[in-house]
Design a protein around this ligand. Structure first.
Ligand SMILES: Cc1cc2nc3c(=O)[nH]c(=O)nc-3n(C[C@H](O)[C@H](O)[C@H](O)COP(=O)(O)OP(=O)(O)OC[C@H]3O[C@@H](n4cnc5c(N)ncnc54)[C@H](O)[C@@H]3O)c2cc1C
Length: 470
């Protein structure tokens, strides 16, 4: 059983009882207060303690989401939007209790406008589901967090992944949204037009709002054509710094890599063991190029030269599609490979992002810090964006180890901020990064964010306990 946040509740047992009655009457078996289901809807993929909601409801339409939010708002009971629960910073925990709105049954692909390169989807559609659907039309949606996350959750966390260096993040690939606000009203944030100067950009306000401003009920996404040619390769380096120097030189040279990912030696070792690879256990870049046959060959050749200039190489190709898939599957499984390094340990998946010019320095200092602290902590990163992850695997029952890890995380964020970076490039704030928001944005910007939250959610029922520091 998990912590249900008994102490932090702002509503009475009578209020909760009334919400239970109304939801049970309206949604029947699509509403449950069963302990097992509630536990599954807490944040379980994080080292933060799980906090289960009081109940879980499965709407099938936007109108049903609006009904649920109104019922909860009537009784000041929190609502926690839920996609697939892969958020890594305690995003779907319910520190004040409340009702988890599981969007998995809202998984229709509403429309694909191939001629406009966009698709309209319900929030529970997952990225793999969408790409399977689009493949026959020669289109794809590029944002690829390692998990098969929901599009609603990805929009809500402003997610990205390995392709962001070429195609951008959810911020760049969401054209518009529909959402249910805290009072049950439904808004559409924009049209399908590729650009607009009409008023405040509510799309980008909701992208990254982590369920604290509304429940996203529909997303219009930008699509891309599947490139004529795709080639992938790997390139070893003696140090992470040399690999990062090659990344910086590659991006600065204007080479349009589609993916450029760093795995440190420990992560390569983990990937070898977990994914049955046989790579040299040294810092490694995984790359992918998209374009015409001639274009990708040219790009790869140019990269090989840059890597050699930085002391790396040889750059070797994965020529067959199945080899390419094997490599990228191994990369996408990095979290699970890392976790397998220490059976019984808990993964602390964290990320920071710095301006590209500071990447090599930031990774090298982080490497030194890991070694001095003595943590088991592989590094893996979307380094083309200056974004990297460290995954300490710790014994959460050992207070000394937990303290050492917390101090390390603090130093990692402080270092990134001092270099003009951010405390999170893609995972979001959730519960885990709340304490850094003031240092990153300053008092005045944080006050502006609080004012927006207050205006749109005056009762504070939308996913409370996230983003804002206490
Ligand atoms: C193995 C692994 C690898 C990962 N790799 C990456 C990566 O490369 N890049 C990356 O960005 N992330 C990565 N993540 C983190 C995670 O997959 C993303 O944060 C993802 O966007 C979360 O989507 P979800 O559907 O699981 O959302 P959930 O975890 O269910 O929810 C996340 C947040 O979004 C809110 N939310 C969910 N649905 C809605 C909705 N319809 N309306 C409003 N708010 C909503 C929730 O309230 C919560 O605050 C990884 C996670 C794992 C486990």
């Amino acid at each position: 059983m998990v912590d249900s946040g008994e102490n932090a509740r702002r509503y009475t047992a009578d209020d909760l009882g009334l919400v239970y009655d109304r939801l049970a009457t309206r949604f029947g078996s699509r509403f449950s207060t069963g302990q097992a289901l509630r536990d599954q809807h807490a944040s379980v993929l994080t080292w933060l303690p799980p906090q289960a909601p009081d109940g879980v409801v499965f709407p099938e339409s936007e109108a049903e989401v609006a009904e649920i939010v109104r019922v909860c708002a009537d009784h000041d009971v929190p609502v926690i939007p839920y996609g697939t629960g892969t958020g890594l910073e305690g995003h779907v925990n319910a520190p004040e209790g409340g009702i988890s709105i599981d969007t998995s049954r809202m998984n229709a692909i509403v429309a694909v406008h191939a001629e406009d390169l966009d698709a309209v989807v319900q929030p529970g559609v997952t990225r793999k589901q969408l790409n399977d659907y689009l493949r026959d039309q020669g289109l794809f949606f590029p944002i690829d967090p390692g998990a098969d996350a929901s599009i609603g959750g990805m929009a809500a966390t402003r997610a990205s992944g390995t392709n962001a260096v070429r195609y951008g993040t959810m911020k760049d690939n969401v054209l518009s949204l529909r959402a249910v606000l805290a009072n049950g009203e439904i808004i559409a944030t924009a049209s399908r037009a590729k650009k607009s100067s009409a008023g405040y950009d509510l799309t980008r306000l909701l992208v990254g709002s982590e369920g604290t401003l509304g429940v996203i009920t529909e997303v219009t996404l930008r699509l891309h054509g599947i490139p004529e040619a795709i080639s992938a390769g790997i390139c070893p380096f003696a140090t992470e710094k040399a690999a990062c120097d090659a990344v910086i030189a590659t991006i600065q040279s204007g080479l349009a890599v589609a993916r450029i990912e760093l795995l440190d030696a420990l992560m390569v070792k983990a990937a070898n063991a977990y994914s049955g690879l046989d790579l040299p256990e040294t810092p490694m870049l995984f790359l992918e190029f998209h374009g015409s046959e001639a274009g990708v060959a040219e790009q790869a050749e140019r990269f090989g030269e840059i890597a050699a200039d930085c002391g790396g190489g040889p750059f070797s190709w994965a020529t067959k599609p199945e080899e390419r898939t094997k490599l990228w599957t191994a990369r996408h499984n990095a979290y699970w490979s890392g976790a397998a390094l220490r059976p019984g340990g808990r993964s602390v998946a964290t990320d920071v992002c710095v301006p590209l010019s500071r990447l090599a320095e930031c990774v090298a200092e982080t490497r030194r810090d890991i070694d001095e602290t003595g943590l088991i902590a592989p590094i893996v990163g979307h380094v083309g964006d200056g974004n990297f992850h460290v995954q300490p695997i710790i014994d959460v029952d050992d207070p000394r180890e937990v303290r050492a890890c917390e101090a390390f995380l603090e130093r990692m964020v402080t270092r990134a901020l001092a270099m003009g970076g951010t405390c999170t490039g893609e995972h979001g704030v959730g519960q885990g990064k709340r304490k850094y928001l003031k240092a990153e944005h300053g008092e005045a910007a944080l006050a502006a964010m609080r004012a927006i939250k207050q205006a749109l959610d005056p009762k504070g029922i939308m996913n409370p306990g996230k983003i804002f520091p206490d």
